[in-house]
Design a protein around this ligand. Structure first.
Ligand SMILES: Nc1nc2c(c(=O)[nH]1)N[C@H]1C(S)=C(S)[C@@H](COP(=O)(O)OP(=O)(O)OC[C@H]3O[C@@H](n4cnc5c(=O)[nH]c(N)nc54)[C@H](O)[C@@H]3O)O[C@H]1N2
Ligand SMILES: Nc1nc2c(c(=O)[nH]1)N[C@H]1C(S)=C(S)[C@@H](COP(=O)(O)OP(=O)(O)OC[C@H]3O[C@@H](n4cnc5c(=O)[nH]c(N)nc54)[C@H](O)[C@@H]3O)O[C@H]1N2
Ligand SMILES: [Mo]
Length: 771
C-alpha cells in the first residue's frame, strides 16, 4: 500500500535496540506527541483524568480491569492514545468524500485513512461517481430496511451481523435481538479471531468460558506466569499490578518467543521519584524464549517435571492430590500421558531445555497460589484450544483455581468483547438462553448454529452471504486472506458499516453500501430522557458504568443504540413486547430487559453498575463448582506437542508470528513508533534471527518478500519487507498485523474454535535480489 503523505513519524526509519523500560519518560513523550497531533494540548489532560473513574468513561482501548480506588491518572500511554484518537479535532466530512474517489482512497495506508479524523455524516456509496455521498438517517434506514426485508424473504441466513467488541452491553443486547428476530444466529464477533479458543477451552475445562481471577487476587498471589501476552503494549495498566507484585518479591515467569520490554522492566510514570531516577522495577524474574507454537511442549515439560518432583517427595504436596480427587476428571490419563513423554520431544518442540522447564516448574511448585496469564500467543494457533487446555491442566495440578491469589487470566482484547458474549452476541445458540428470549419477546428464536467470523468469510467467498452489517471494526482488514475476500465482497447486495473513523473495510463496497457514523464512548449521549450511561464488562468479569464526557464530534452522529433501533424499526414487524423507541430513549429499560433475561448475572443491575471497580458476575468456577459435562474440572491430553501448522514442513519454511506494535490498536495505526522493539519510521519489516539471515545468504536491511507456504493454489505474497536482525528463535519470523494478514490462509485456523492461526503462519522468504 502506498502512502498519501509522509506522516511526521514516518520520514526517518530508525532501527536499533531499545534499552529503556516500559512506561517512564518514553511514555510521557509519546503522550505529549499524541495530545498535540489530535489538537488536544489544552483540554486533553482534563479529559484523560476522567478515564476509568467511577463517574467517568471506561477506556476505549483494552479490557483490563478498572480498580475501585483508581490512581490519579488511571490510564496508560496506549489508553491515552485511544482516547485522543477518538477525540481528535479532525473531521472526515462529505467534502472530503467529494474530493476523493473510493478507488483513490484504497491506495491510502491504514494510518492515513483514520488520521483524517471522525466521520461526521451518514454516507451512501454512489457507484456512478465512485464516491461516498451524503445521505440522511431516515433515507439510510429506509433503504437498509427494504433490502434486509427482501433478503429475509429469500433466505434469512444470508445476512451477517458482525460486532467488533466495543459497543456497550445495552447496544450489544439489542443488536443480538435484531439478528435473532431477523431470523439467524449469524453473530460473529472479533472474539472469533481472538479469545474464542478460551471460550471453547475453558468452558470444557472448568465450566466457564472466561478467566477466574479478580483484581484483588493480584495482591495475594505468590507467583505469576505469562504465556504469549504482551502486557507493555496491550494492557499496560496491568503493569501497576505487576509492579506491586514484583515489589513483594513475587516471581513473574514469562514464556514468549520475543523479549518484550513490558515483560522485562517498568518505570511507573505516576511515581515521581521512580520517574526522576529512571530506576526500573523488574517485571519478569525468569524469561523463556520458546519457539512459536511451542507452548504445549513447554507446559507438558513443566507438568512432567512437577510429576517427577511429586514422586521424588510425595509428602511435599507438589501435586494437589486431594484437589485432583475431589474436583477433577481425567487426571489419571493426564499423568500417564506425561509419563510416556520423551524429554527429547519436549525439548525439540518447545526449543527450551529440560533444565529450563524444570526450573520453571520449581518456581511454580514453591508458590502457594499462582495466576496464569495468557493472550494471543496461545489462542491464535492450529491447536489454540489445546494450548488453553494445557494452561488449565497446569493450574489444576496444583489446585490453582477457586482460591484467593490463584486462577486463570486470559487477557481480553476489545474493551467490551467479553461482555458482548455475555449478553447474546454469539453464533452458538447453546450459549444463549433462547427459551427465555422466546417468552420475554414472544417470538421463536432460530435454533441453528450461525456463522462465526471464518465461516462468514467463506460465505462471502462462496456467495451464500448476501449482506453484512458491521457494528464497529474493520472486518475486511482484520480477517485472513484479504486477496480472496476483497473481490468477493463486491458481490454483496448490502454492506453497512457503523463506525467512528474511515477504514479500509468501508472502501470495499458492495452493490449498496452505507457508512453510518456513531458516537464514541467518550462522548455525551443525549436522548429523549436525558444523558445516558452505558455499561461494559472488563476482562475480569466486572460490570462498570461509563458516562461520556465530551461534546459529540458532529451534530449528525447517532448513538450506536439509535442506529441499531433505526435498522430494527425499518426491518422488523412491530412487536407489542418490545418498544424499540423507548429503549433508544432510556438505556435503563434495556438494562431491565437484560436483567430479565439473565437474572442471576445482572441482579439489581441499574443500581449496582455504579459500584466502584464494577460488580463481578458470579462465576461457579470461582467457588469450585464445575458447570461441565462431568460436573468436575476436566484435564485434557493435547492432540500433539506442536500447536503450529508449520510442523513437518521443509527447512525453508518459517513460522510467522503476526504482531502488534506499541503504536496501534488492532487495525488502527496511531503512528510508526514501535518504541519497545526499537523499530521506528516503518512497519514494513520482517524480524529474523541473524543465524537464519546468514543461512539464507541474506543481508540485514535487504528487502524481501514473504510468501505463504501453503499449497492450495492461492498466491499469497507480501513484498517490500526489510530484513531486521532480531532476538527471535531460529525458524521463527515476525511481521506486523494487519499488513501480514494477506499471508494467512482462511483454512489455517484453530481446530474447534476457528480462530485464525495468526501466530505461526507457514511462510517462505523470497529474495528480491537479481542473481
Ligand atoms: N495498545 C493496544 N492494546 C491492545 C490491542 C492493540 O492492538 N494495541 N489489541 C487488543 C486486542 S483486540 C487484543 S486481542 C489484545 C492482544 O494482546 P496480546 O494477547 O498481547 O496479543 P499480541 O500482541 O498479538 O501477541 C502477544 C504475544 O504473543 C507472543 N507470541 C507469539 N507467538 C507465540 C507463541 O507461540 N507462544 C507464546 N508463548 N507467545 C507467542 C508475541 O511475541 C507477543 O508478545 O490486546 C488488546 N489491547
Ligand atoms: N494476522 C492477524 N490478524 C488478526 C489479529 C492478529 O493478531 N494477527 N488479531 C485479531 C484480533 S485479536 C482482533 S480483536 C481483530 C480486530 O478486528 P476488528 O475489531 O474488526 O478491528 P479494529 O481494528 O479493532 O476496528 C477498528 C475500527 O473500529 C471503528 N471504531 C472504533 N471505535 C468505535 C466505536 O466506538 N463504535 C463503532 N461502531 N466503531 C468504532 C473505527 O472505525 C476503526 O477503524 O483482528 C484480528 N486479526
Ligand atoms: Mo482481540
Amino acid at each position: 500500500m502506498t502512502d498519501r503523505r509522509t506522516d511526521g513519524d514516518r520520514h526517518r526509519v530508525k532501527i536499533e535496540p531499545y534499552d529503556q523500560p516500559a512506561g517512564g519518560w518514553g511514555s510521557m513523550k509519546s503522550l505529549l506527541r499524541h495530545l498535540k497531533r489530535n489538537g488536544r494540548m489544552i483540554d486533553g489532560p482534563a479529559i484523560l483524568a476522567k478515564q476509568n473513574k467511577p463517574d467517568g468513561f471506561s477506556c476505549v482501548s483494552c479490557a483490563w480491569a478498572k480498580p475501585a480506588k483508581p490512581h490519579v491518572a488511571e490510564f496508560c500511554e496506549n489508553g491515552a492514545k485511544a482516547t485522543l484518537w477518538e477525540l481528535t479535532d479532525k473531521r472526515t466530512t462529505p467534502e472530503f468524500f467529494a474530493r476523493h474517489t473510493v478507488s483513490e482512497l484504497l491506495g491510502w495506508s491504514d494510518f492515513d485513512l483514520e488520521a483524517e479524523g471522525r466521520l461526521t455524516h451518514p454516507m451512501r456509496y454512489d457507484a456512478a461517481t465512485d464516491r461516498y455521498v451524503e445521505t440522511d438517517w431516515q433515507s439510510a434506514f429506509a433503504a437498509i430496511g427494504a433490502e434486509l426485508k427482501r433478503l429475509r424473504a429469500v433466505d434469512p441466513k444470508s445476512v451477517v451481523f458482525y460486532a467488533s467488541g466495543r459497543a456497550s452491553l445495552e447496544t450489544s443486547y439489542a443488536y443480538s435481538l435484531l439478528a435473532r428476530m431477523f431470523g439467524n444466529n449469524n453473530l460473529p464477533d472479533s472474539s472469533n479471531m481472538c479469545h474464542e479458543s478460551t471460550s471453547v477451552g475453558l468452558k470444557a475445562a472448568i465450566g466457564v468460558p472466561v478467566g477466574t481471577v479478580l483484581l484483588e487476587d493480584f495482591e495475594r498471589t505468590d507467583c505469576i506466569f505469562f504465556f504469549g501476552q504482551n502486557v507493555g503494549a496491550n494492557s499496560p495498566r496491568m503493569l501497576h499490578n505487576l509492579q506491586e507484585a514484583s515489589e513483594r518479591g513475587v516471581p513473574i515467569v514469562s514464556f514468549n518467543p520475543l523479549r518484550e520490554r513490558g515483560l522485562e522492566a517498568f518505570v511507573n510514570p505516576q511515581r515521581p521519584l521512580q520517574l526522576a531516577t529512571n530506576r526500573p522495577t523488574r517485571i519478569s524474574s525468569n524469561y523463556y524464549q520458546l519457539r512459536a507454537g511451542g507452548d504445549i511442549a513447554a507446559i507438558a515439560g513443566m507438568a512432567k517435571a512437577l510429576m517427577e518432583m511429586d514422586r521424588a517427595e510425595p509428602s511435599a504436596g507438589v501435586i494437589d492430590h486431594p484437589f485432583l480427587k475431589e474436583h477433577t476428571a481425567g487426571a489419571d490419563e493426564w499423568l500417564s500421558w506425561l509419563d510416556g513423554l520423551d524429554w527429547a520431544d519436549i525439548e525439540a518442540n518447545s526449543a527450551l531445555s529440560r533444565g529450563d522447564l524444570t526450573e520453571a516448574a520449581r518456581i511454580y511448585a514453591s508458590a502457594r497460589s499462582a495466576i496464569l496469564i495468557y493472550g494471543m500467543g496461545l489462542t491464535q494457533h492450529r491447536l489454540g484450544v489445546d494450548n488453553v487446555r494445557m494452561i488449565a491442566n497446569l493450574a489444576l495440578m496444583r489446585g490453582n483455581i477457586g482460591r484467593p491469589g490463584a486462577g486463570l487470566c486470559p487477557v481480553r482484547g476489545h474493551s467490551n468483547v467479553q461482555g458482548q458474549r455475555t449478553v447474546g452476541i454469539a453464533d452458538r445458540p447453546d450459549l444463549v438462553p433462547l427459551d427465555r428470549l422466546a417468552t420475554q419477546y414472544g417470538f421463536e428464536p432460530p435454533r441453528e448454529r450461525g456463522l462465526d467470523t471464518v465461516s462468514a468469510c467463506e460465505g462471502v467467498i462462496d456467495g451464500s452471504v448476501k449482506a453484512f452489517i458491521g457494528l464497529g471494526g474493520n472486518f475486511v482488514r482484520a480477517v485472513p486472506d484479504r486477496s480472496r475476500i476483497e473481490p468477493a465482497w463486491r458481490n454483496l447486495d448490502l454492506s453497512v458499516q457503523i463506525a467512528t473513523k474511515l477504514n479500509r473495510a468501508h472502501l470495499i463496497t458492495g452493490r449498496a453500501s452505507y457508512l453510518l457514523p456513531c458516537l464514541g464512548r467518550t462522548e455525551i449521549d443525549r436522548q429523549a430522557t436525558g444523558e445516558q450511561v452505558v455499561t461494559i464488562e472488563d476482562s475480569l468479569t466486572s460490570i462498570h458504568a461509563s458516562r461520556g464526557q465530551e461534546e459529540p464530534a458532529s451534530e449528525h452522529l447517532l448513538a450506536e443504540m439509535s442506529i441499531v433501533v433505526g435498522m430494527a424499526r425499518a426491518t422488523l414487524e412491530p412487536n407489542p413486547r418490545l418498544d424499540w423507541d423507548a429503549w433508544a430513549a432510556d438505556y435503563g429499560l434495556v438494562r431491565d430487559a437484560i436483567e430479565a433475561t439473565y437474572p442471576d448475572q445482572f441482579a439489581d443491575y441499574n443500581r449496582r453498575m455504579f459500584t466502584p471497580g464494577g460488580f463481578p458476575r458470579p462465576l461457579p468456577a470461582r467457588k469450585r463448582e464445575w458447570d461441565t459435562k462431568t460436573g468436575k474440572a476436566n484435564f485434557a491430553v493435547p492432540s500433539a506437542l506442536d500447536a503450529s501448522f508449520a510442523a513437518g514442513s521443509g527447512d525453508d519454511v518459517f513460522r510467522l508470528m503476526t504482531l502488534r506494535s506499541n503504536d496501534q490498536f488492532n487495525t488502527t495505526v496511531y503512528g510508526y513508533r514501535d518504541r519497545f522493539r526499537g523499530i521506528e519510521g516503518t512497519r514494513d519489516v520482517v524480524l529474523m534471527n541473524s543465524a537464519d539471515i546468514a543461512a539464507l545468504g541474506l543481508a540485514a536491511d535487504e528487502t524481501i518478500a514473504l510468501e505463504a507456504a501453503t499449497d492450495d493454489g492461492v498466491d499469497r505474497q507480501l513484498p517490500g519487507l526489510r530484513v531486521v536482525a532480531y532476538d527471535i528463535p531460529r525458524g521463527c519470523v515476525g511481521a506486523y498485523y494487519p499488513e501480514a494478514n494477506v499471508l494467512v490462509p482462511l483454512s489455517q485456523r484453530a481446530e474447534e474454535s476457528h480462530v485464525p492461526a495468526a501466530k505461526s503462519v507457514p511462510v517462505r522468504i523470497r529474495s528480491l535480489r537479481q542473481h
